[in-house]
Design a protein around this ligand. Structure first.
Ligand SMILES: Nc1ncnc2c1ncn2[C@@H]1O[C@H](COP(=O)(O)OP(=O)(O)OP(=O)(O)O)[C@@H](O)[C@H]1O
Length: 271
């Protein structure tokens, strides 16, 4: 953590590690129990999915297209509203938690970053700094310039980005700003839906490095990726989702030992 100075470290650690919450490192941060999503026409996107997402680790979610990966991820911060009694954060049913509070705790980064041009009622300019400040301002907290610089540094962006606008950034830079903006909310969990699929290898590595740093601070990370290589590089645990069902959960070193025929086929064709 050479670049991340004390203030910002405290800023993140204060929310990521809570010694008194009754869990230890080996227990689940998120539990999914018998989660099903059916479409109006009767088809199921998710079929009775149960999953333990370990605290302070990176879990990769992989599987063929249309298998329900994004739907599962979106259920974890109620971008899709799961039925009550199916998703728990620190043992608490997330459908009983205020949705904005939940989304601060469980932040999400998408495949293509979108920076806000106008941030009513706080700013009309929509600079990188304005974007980073937006989440905390919504709950009445103004973060200082110094904290913004520290979040930029943490996301591997130098201070020249502070006053830039979204249209001056590459997709990779915008993705790192989006990450800094999410981190300004001090999330405990980070959900990522193919966050590097639009990025070049160097930008991809920058994002992966930041994710590994966040994990080392105790953050729980859940990442959907189509890259088996990426999953092997950074994930601790891998969940294989095929046709709306979890067919295997393995440590990433044991991915090649997956037994389910569809999972095997997917892995063979992807490697
Ligand atoms: N709101 C919706 N209404 C109708 N069908 C939906 C909806 N959301 C998802 N689906 C369908 O559910 C299935 C699973 O979608 P989902 O995006 O979760 O899969 P995925 O594994 O993330 O796919 P990909 O890897 O292609 O992104 C797909 O067939 C999709 O078309």
């Amino acid at each position: 953590m050479e670049n991340f100075e004390d203030g910002a470290r405290e800023h993140l650690l204060s929310v990521n590690v809570n010694e008194n919450d009754g869990f230890n490192g080996s227990e689940s941060k998120i539990q999914v129990k018998n989660l099903t999503r059916c479409l109006d026409k009767g088809a199921s996107i998710l079929k009775n999915v149960s999953l333990e997402i370990p605290r302070g680790k990176i879990m990769g979610i992989i599987g063929p297209s249309g298998g329900g990966k994004s739907t599962l991820l979106r259920a974890l911060n109620r971008l899709w509203e799961p039925p009550s009694g199916t998703v728990f954060l620190d043992g608490k049913d997330i459908t009983g938690v205020d949705v904005l509070e939940l989304r601060r705790k469980v932040g999400m980064l998408f495949q293509l970053p979108v920076l806000f041009e106008e941030l009513k009622p706080f700013s009309k300019t929509g600079t990188v700094a304005d974007n980073i400040r937006y989440g905390p301002l919504l709950k009445g907290k103004k973060i200082s310039d110094e904290q913004v610089y520290k979040l930029l540094t943490f996301a591997d962006l130098d201070s020249s980005f502070f006053n830039k606008h979204g249209n001056e950034l590459s997709v990779g830079q915008a993705q790192r700003v989006a990450l800094a903006r999410t981190l300004a909310n001090e999330p405990e969990v980070l959900l990522l839906d193919e966050p590097t699929s639009a990025l070049d290898p160097i930008s991809t590595q920058n994002i992966e490095d930041v994710l590994v740093k966040l994990k080392s601070k105790g953050m729980t990370i859940v990442m959907v990726s189509h890259s088996i290589k990426q999953i092997k590089r950074i994930a601790d645990v891998v969940c294989l989702l095929v046709g709306g069902e979890i067919v295997e959960v393995l440590s990433s070193e044991k991915l090649s030992e997956a037994k389910h025929p569809m999972a095997r086929r997917f892995l063979d064709l992807s490697s």
